[in-house]
Write a protein that binds this ligand. Structure first.
Ligand SMILES: CC(=O)SCCNC(=O)CCNC(=O)[C@H](O)C(C)(C)COP(=O)(O)OP(=O)(O)OC[C@H]1O[C@@H](n2cnc3c(N)ncnc32)[C@H](O)[C@@H]1OP(=O)(O)O
Length: 215
């Protein structure tokens, strides 16, 4: 049986990178989804922007949806709710051919592993997670749903990244540290100790900068 056609939420940088990944994987993308009225009917990288979820009802039985086409974890979650409510199927994980996922590591639905990333042993990645280019996930790391890990991040052994965390480009996380749900780590940071939920930490070493509002 041939694989389902795909639709991608978000036609910005991340959505377009996922489109390129789909091309590498030989998956057919029939359109982008975008809530912005002005985007409907436009073409991005030669792929049509079909509009919001209400505009694509005819594809319900034919297509699977990728909600990870945006980096913002809260926006991803919003797209997941809309997709579920409309009765669409989610696409499985998409893994660049350069990435090896060991047998005892797990990758949830709709998660994206971009080129050059390294997944070590006993790594658990939830659903709707973006692992961008050249990220290292060391042994025994857990990454929960909706997280976004930006390019060049190094996550050390036994680290836990709770739901909805965003880690900025080039950051490094010390072993055994836990990052609380819906927190954000600024780019280029070194996280040396636990981060509470809903906090912005940044710097070397990363320190508390401010509280983040409820997602
Ligand atoms: C393929 C791709 O393009 S993927 C894109 C990946 N994107 C990224 O990695 C971007 C990461 N973004 C950042 O690091 C940004 O600086 C953000 C999101 C953390 C800024 O968040 P904002 O809410 O706008 O915070 P704001 O700019 O007000 O900064 C708050 C404080 O944190 C500090 N801060 C912000 N970012 C950083 C950082 N990366 N390192 C150190 N300190 C930082 C600011 O100096 C400020 O400090 P102060 O209060 O002591 O003066």
């Amino acid at each position: 049986m041939s694989e389902a056609n795909l639709l991608i939420w978000g036609c910005g940088g991340m959505g377009r990178e996922i489109l390129a990944l789909c091309e590498v994987l030989g998956r057919n993308v029939i359109g982008f989804l975008d809530e912005r009225i002005e985007m409907r009917g436009q073409f991005v990288d030669n792929v049509p922007v079909l509009g919001d979820i209400a505009h694509i009802a005819k594809y319900r039985n034919e297509a699977e949806i990728i909600c990870s086409g945006v980096g913002d974890p809260a926006l991803k979650r919003k797209f997941v709710f809309k997709t579920k409510e409309a009765g669409f199927r989610f696409a499985p994980a998409l893994v660049h051919p350069s990435v090896n996922v060991p047998k005892n590591s797990r990758l949830g639905i709709n998660s994206i592993l971009c080129a050059g990333s390294i997944v070590s042993i006993n790594v658990q990645v939830g659903n709707f997670v973006i692992v961008n280019t050249n990220v290292t996930l060391a042994h025994d790391v857990s990454v929960f749903d909706y997280c976004t890990i930006s390019p060049g991040v190094n996550v050390s052994g036994h680290v836990t990244v709770e739901e909805g965390v965003f880690i900025g480009t080039g950051s490094a996380i010390r072993e055994k540290v836990s990052i609380g749900a819906w927190s954000m780590i600024g780019g280029g940071s070194f996280v040396a100790s636990d981060v509470p939920p809903q906090a912005l930490y940044a710097g070397v070493p990363a320190v508390f900068k401010k509280t983040r509002t409820n997602p």
